[in-house]
Design a protein around this ligand. Structure first.
Ligand code: DLZ
Ligand code: SF4
Length: 528
């Protein structure tokens, strides 16, 4: 889609232009700044209360975004750009994007306003109103930081019965040329080396030290502000170690490539107690606010592979996450919104247990994942999918509650990336639009991929009874509760055949164990 195709006024040039940059648009080349004239134009950046509480974000997430915004504004000023920056505690701050834009229009009397399309439907709707309500024309430009535009995705998706990531990914490989041979074939003769990404972590392996950045004065100021103002929000601030500038985010990328990438492929699905980062890149927060771009991270990883510094399964696995999965979920989000947020194909209606906030549970895997999420505003994808997500799926927690939890606890979470991951991948709430079957697993999976079970109050080998690993009976209870929805799914044939062989007594015991446990942890059916 060409710039301005969303129906905004076209750039006319000549007059003073007010250019709004949002907190997840911190890329110097962002569309709204493309034709910036520093002699005339003003860049507007606003810290607004509404964005900090539309879900009560993790304290570190707020501090990360505000600090990165302040650093970005400073960098623009250093380049001679006039930046009008409204701080969260500024006296007249109205607390909303709309209020602050209108105030800034009154202050600067620009000829026009230029913005880049936002990441979330909620803000997209706000922007539509701006075109009606603002005294000057508002141009909404396409966000060109993505490989696949919204229109391009719609063209790919329209007319298809299902939207499998794998086919979309191949198109993105062809389009970008990443890991392609001169002859236009995928490097290594296959598109996908996922099967080589599931190794168990050897006992003796050394995990590199986590990449950490000490807060500078600006970050410290923001941390103090957040601890004063958002004391009631989830999450610790003490361990804040995020990069907040492009320079440091680049350093984090370089360290990943030098220290972790060669093992990233093999151990992508592994989990280890007290090792929250393992061989993961931990760059999603930077990508999602624009400190790094998809193109530059993939280029860097491909270069490492071509220089013989990383195996193909690692480079391909990483690039698949970025130009495959990340672009695909964004495409799905814009293609399916606003209805996607209300999907609940399995009719899940239980409350989210309190331990998702408190970490107080005897289940060692969940306790570790919640504690790490609280300490770091981060958990890696197998913790998110196969522990935290798997439990919410098996327990039948309401999709909206699960979705809100993920959106607020992770530093990288924006609705465009998080909603399809939760509704589609984690909960199967979209009825199979995104995944061909639910990612449901019993305790055996967690035991195989982690060392959590060794220190757990429950016994992963026991299938029923008070001491049994809850994932075991919750898994079968999930199959029983959703038989009507899932037994016809060809990929669920095997588990349902096993269920059919189960004695009625065993089935009864499973349902009773599940009922008892779900009630104990507060996962009760929601009213209404
Ligand atoms: C997430 C967030 C937060 C916490 N605060 C701000 C803010 O004060 N100002 C701002 O411009 N952006 C913030 N953001 C990011 C926005 O929520 C994000 O730009 C929209 O959700 C659109 O993706
Ligand atoms: Fe988690 Fe079950 Fe293992 Fe405990 S036994 S750590 S609950 S999988």
């Amino acid at each position: 889609m060409a710039r301005g195709d969303h129906g905004g006024a076209e750039s006319k040039g000549g007059g003073r232009c007010l250019r709004l940059v949002l907190g997840d648009q911190l890329t110097p080349e962002i569309a709204a700044l493309a034709d910036l004239d520093p002699r005339r134009d003003v860049v507007l950046m606003v810290e607004v209360h509404d964005e900090t509480v539309y879900v009560p974000h993790h304290k570190q997430k707020i501090a990360f975004i505000l600090s990165a915004m302040r650093h970005f504004a400073q960098e623009l000023r250093d380049r001679g750009v006039d930046v009008d920056y409204v701080k969260l505690d500024a006296k007249q701050n109205t607390g909303s994007f709309t209020g602050e834009l209108k105030r800034a229009i009154a202050r600067h009397a620009p000829d026009r306003v230029v913005v880049t399309e936002p990441g979330e439907w909620r803000v997209w709707q706000m922007m539509q109103d701006w075109r009606e309500e603002c005294a000057v024309p508002v141009e909404i430009r396409e966000d060109e930081r993505f490989v696949c535009s919204r229109a391009e995705f719609a063209a790919w998706a329209d007319g298809r019965k299902s939207y499998r990531m794998e086919f979309f990914y191949r198109e993105m490989r062809r389009k970008t040329g990443f890991l392609m041979t001169q002859a236009g074939e995928p490097e290594g003769g296959a598109w996908n080396f996922d099967a080589e990404n599931r190794k168990k972590l050897p006992a003796k392996i050394t995990v590199p030290k986590a990449t950490a950045f000490s807060p500078d004065t600006i970050t410290q100021e923001v941390i103090d502000l957040v601890s004063r103002r958002f004391d009631n929000h989830f999450g610790d601030l003490a361990g804040f170690a995020w990069a907040v500038t492009r320079k440091d985010a680049r350093a984090a990328l370089t360290r990943f490539i030098n220290e972790r990438l060669d093992n990233y492929g093999d151990y992508q699905d592994a989990m280890k107690r007290d090792e929250p980062f393992l061989f993961h890149a931990v760059i999603a927060p930077y990508l999602n606010i624009g400190l790094l771009t998809a193109d530059e991270v993939c280029r860097a990883v491909e270069a490492a592979y071509r220089a013989g510094r990383a195996p193909l399964n690692a480079a391909e696995g990483f690039i698949r996450q970025v130009i495959g999965w990340r672009e695909y979920v964004r495409g799905i989000y814009w293609h399916q919104m606003p209805g996607y947020a209300d999907t609940n194909a399995l009719g899940a209606n239980r409350k989210l247990p309190d331990f998702y906030w408190s970490a107080q549970t005897g289940m060692a895997c969940l306790r570790a994942c919640v504690e790490e999420t609280r300490a770091n505003a981060y958990a890696h994808h197998i913790q998110r999918l196969m522990v935290l997500g798997n439990f919410a799926l098996l327990a039948g927690v309401t999709p909206r509650a699960v979705q809100e939890w993920y959106l607020l606890v992770y530093a990288d979470a924006y609705e465009w990336v998080e909603l399809p991951n939760v509704h589609g991948m984690v909960l199967f709430a979209d009825g199979g639009l995104l995944a061909s079957k639910p990612y449901a697993a019993s305790g055996a999976y967690i035991d195989r991929m982690s060392d959590y079970c060794k220190g757990c109050a429950y016994d992963v080998r026991a299938k029923t009874g008070e001491k049994a690993c809850p994932f075991n009976y919750l898994y079968w209870n999930f199959l029983i509760e959703n038989e009507g929805h899932l037994s016809g799914n060809p990929r669920m044939g095997m588990p349902y055949r096993n269920l059919a062989r189960m004695s009625p007594e065993r089935r009864k015991q499973i349902v009773a164990d599940a009922q008892r446990f779900l009630e104990d942890v507060g996962a009760v059916v929601e009213e209404g």
